[in-house]
Write a protein that binds this ligand. Structure first.
Ligand code: ZN
Length: 77
């Protein structure tokens, strides 16, 4: 059975490393910007909830950082 309309453009393996893969906002990760790459990023000291990690699409793992919002968001429910 086909899935109901897959919400449009599934951008083929083009993950924007500067954007949060979950909400699409800028992730403000120091690592994604060459100018600030040597600076410690907020993600070094902020624990990312396991539930959030589990929701990441495969292609975004190890490529795009989460934004501070999503990283610390508790699992809904
Ligand atoms: Zn986010």
């Amino acid at each position: 059975m086909p899935l109901p309309t897959d919400s449009g453009a599934r951008a083929a393996s083009s993950v924007d490393p500067a954007r949060c893969p979950l909400c699409g906002q800028a992730n403000r990760c120091a690592q994604s910007d060459p100018a600030t790459r040597k600076l410690p990023c907020w993600c070094f000291s902020t624990p990312v909830s396991p539930g959030t990690l589990a929701r990441l699409p495969e292609e975004a793992r190890d490529k795009a950082c989460l934004c501070p919002n999503c990283a610390t968001l508790d699992e809904p429910g």
